[in-house]
Design a protein around this ligand. Structure first.
Ligand SMILES: Nc1ncnc2c1ncn2[C@@H]1O[C@H](COP(=O)(O)OP(=O)(O)OP(=O)(O)O)[C@@H](O)[C@H]1O
Ligand SMILES: [Mg+2]
Length: 353
């Protein structure tokens, strides 16, 4: 007997380094939580996942550990990843024993076959009946509303926590692209290093992320002001408190921003001239949580001389694109060929019932 799940055979998943989102046809986005697992160290048994697990980071007793099962956009801890995914599917798609959805999931463009297989297996272990793995930048572009099926080229830059995906898309396919690991987490680490060097103070990853999200700025026009930072003095080990300005954060992340620009330029350099001409008109669409960095659009515009836009709901573009694929049969048919991998019983992309 085929069991119907919440009125749909399909569940969408954006399995991100920092955040995982689940989408169902009936309810839209049902889960948007950090990709974190808290576990019992002696047994590796999971205590909780997502927001509850994130709250425990850095505050757990000796017997409890916390882990992000993905690093740089790929699975670093397979067991925890599958169990986390299973919990999110239960929560977001009403998954219960015996109910096995078809899962549409995205992976960074250009990851290895083994890494892709790990995502596929992880979703299967989490209870999926079949798995369709799509390219993340393509889904980001669809979610951002770019005309991916048209003959004119369009460019998307999806900046997550672990990877940045740059792609030029035309006729429903990726023409040129790059995927590299300078993304949100890199900026956080750059801020940690800067504060160590300039203030002799040690701060944690969560504090660095908070600083970046609150006062981070890629361009002088977006300087927001200052924030009070608390950390530990590296000389005497005592608590330290000081004020950090947007301009200092910009200094900390300058090298990473330069690398981002160089990567965009290199993709443009390898793009056929006709498509480049299209992009000179249509510009660059920024998606992913990293796109929300203050003034990043202005910075990239000044360096590339191209129009640069930040997508609406930038951090939900990938899952939004998956959602469109689930809802829009005609679109799905046209980009069907871009199912880059599927478990054995998923080779034919079945119609949504
Ligand atoms: N306002 C903001 N300014 C700067 N960065 C931000 C802002 N809001 C979120 N971010 C960053 O966006 C990143 C998370 O984005 P997103 O959820 O798209 O990543 P992900 O999909 O989990 O990662 P990946 O796609 O690399 O696997 C984090 O590094 C976060 O700090
Ligand atoms: Mg992502």
């Amino acid at each position: 007997m085929r069991v119907r799940m919440n009125g749909s055979w399909y569940v969408g998943v954006d399995l991100g380094t920092a955040n995982t989102l689940v989408y169902t046809r009936d309810k839209g986005i049902t889960v948007n939580e950090p990709s974190v697992v808290a576990y019992e160290k002696s047994t590796s048994e999971i205590i909780c996942v997502g927001t509850a697990a994130e709250r425990m980071i850095g505050k757990t007793p000796a017997g409890i550990g916390t882990v992000y099962p993905l690093r740089g956009g790929v699975i670093a801890d397979f067991e925890f990843c599958a169990e986390m995914l299973c919990e999110f599917l239960k929560k977001g798609a009403g998954l219960f024993p015996g109910v096995r959805p078809r899962v549409i999931i995205c992976v960074p463009y250009g990851i290895s076959e083994i890494e892709r297989r790990a995502v596929l297996d992880s979703a299967t272990d989490a209870g999926a009946r079949s798995v369709y793995v799509f390219d993340e930048p393509l889904c980001a572009a669809i979610g951002a509303g770019l005309p991916v099926l048209g003959s004119k080229g369009c460019m998307v830059v999806d900046i997550g926590a672990g990877t940045t995906e740059i792609a030029v898309i035309s006729h429903g396919g990726i023409v040129t692209s790059d995927s590299f690991k300078i993304a949100g987490n890199t900026l956080d680490n750059a801020i940690i290093s800067y504060i160590k060097q300039e203030f002799n103070v040690l701060i944690g990853e969560a504090s660095a992320r908070d600083i970046k999200e609150k006062i981070g700025s890629a361009h002088t026009g977006s300087d927001i002001g200052a924030i009070e930072v608390k950390g530990r003095n590296m000389r005497d080990g005592k608590a330290a408190e000081f004020v950090l300005y947007s301009a200092e954060v910009r200094e900390a992340i300058t090298e990473s921003l330069d690398s981002l620009f160089e990567a965009v330029r290199s993709v443009l350099d390898s793009t056929p001239p006709e498509l480049c001409a299209d992009i000179y008109d249509s510009g660059i669409m920024l998606t992913g949580g990293g796109a929300l960095l203050g003034g990043l659009d202005v910075y990239l515009h000044e360096r590339t001389k191209l129009p640069v836009m930040v997508a609406e709901r930038a951090s939900e573009c990938v899952i939004g694109g998956i959602g469109k694929l689930i809802r829009d049969g005609a679109l799905r048919e046209k980009i069907e060929k871009m199912v880059i991998h599927a478990s054995d019983d998923a080779m034919q992309f079945p119609k949504i019932q």
